[in-house]
Design a protein around this ligand. Structure first.
Ligand code: DGY
Length: 320
């Protein structure tokens, strides 16, 4: 029997898979995130840590777990909370949950595109504020997306899934990525592979789907925002610190872009005060993968990764 420490609440099927395999599962079951001190105490003696993106898995934590630790299994596709090099140095396998949240996250990105361009959150706020209103030819006009160019930064699984949705809405697809995507996919989407500069200068909507790393820290800051069309919108469902939030507020203030739709924030759960009262931004609380089905699939995939490592057959989705 091995000990698996789960650092936060996850859907029960994930916990059941681990328990049914005979492991001792120590799951943090409180609605609030575990404190760092409590986490450092709890992981001592763990064979596997099943982690949430709210927990920092660094050298200190790995050492607190001890030399018997075999794997850290993140319940997220993004793994910027894990020091992968520190895991490697200690022979600890790190895993994430790609694939199972692709559709849910692409849905949220598409929703943010529609909410931003059609001013949906603003309209909802108007009604809830019990303001008098009357249909009018020029009331709350937005921008249509048919024929508009969607510039996707990071053409991985979620970028491609968003592109498919956007094509159904009549959008034109451009993308920027470390390398061109598969020819069959590019042909299917009729997608243009552009440099980041070209993409920023020509897109009507720029949507971020790259992983967060030191290389992508503030990938979108003042020069990039100034390079965008004044009529363009920025969508972020990747990780908050990919965008320099202070620069975004300044760009919105100066009318350098038309608006933004954000699911993630630089200092989550804090949101830059300059965004909170703006009607030209849509703000939602990191809901990309937040469906019952998706979160259950993430939890069970993380559990299968843990079981694979403990059984010696290897994880299903290791971080390469
Ligand atoms: C992820 O898996 O990285 C998402 O941000 C979780 O919603």
């Amino acid at each position: 029997m091995s000990t698996v420490v789960v650092t936060g609440r996850i859907p029960q099927p994930g916990v059941d898979l681990l328990r049914d395999a005979g492991h001792h599962v120590l799951a943090w079951d409180e609605p609030t995130p575990i404190s760092r001190d409590e986490l450092l105490r709890r992981v001592a003696g763990a064979d596997v840590i099943v982690s949430l993106l709210t927990e920092r898995i660094d050298a200190e934590l790995l050492d607190a777990a001890g030399p018997q630790l075999r794997a850290v299994c993140n319940v997220a596709v993004g793994y910027n909370n894990i020091d992968v090099a520190a895991c490697r140095e200690r022979g600890v396998t790190a895993t994430n949950t790609p694939g199972v949240l692709t559709d849910a996250t692409a849905d949220i990105a598409m929703a943010l595109i529609l909410m931003s361009t059609r001013r949906l959150a603003e309209g909802e706020r108007l009604i809830r504020a019990r303001e008098p209103w009357q249909w009018g030819m020029f009331m709350m006009l937005g921008s249509g997306i048919q024929g508009a160019r969607l510039g996707i930064v990071g053409m991985g699984q979620i970028g491609v899934a968003l592109a498919r949705r956007a094509r159904a809405f009549g959008m034109e697809i451009a993308y920027s990525n470390r390398k061109p995507c598969d020819t069959a996919v590019a042909d299917e989407l009729d997608a243009s592979y552009l440099s980041m500069d070209e993409l920023l200068a020509t897109s009507d909507i720029v949507s971020l789907h790259c992983p967060y790393s030191p290389d992508t820290h503030h990938l979108i800051s003042t020069p990039q925002l100034q390079a965008m069309k004044r009529s363009a919108y920025l969508i972020n469902t990747a990780r908050g610190p990919v965008v320099d939030e202070a620069a975004l507020v300044a760009a919105l203030e100066a009318g350098e872009i038309a608006g933004a739709g954000l699911d993630v924030f630089e200092k989550e759960p804090e949101v830059h005060a300059g965004l909170l009262d703006r009607d030209d931004v849509v703000l939602i609380p990191h809901l990309g993968s937040a469906t019952i089905e998706t979160r259950t699939a993430m939890a069970t995939l993380a559990a299968r990764n843990a079981l694979g490592v403990l059984a010696g057959s290897g994880p299903v989705t290791p971080i390469s």
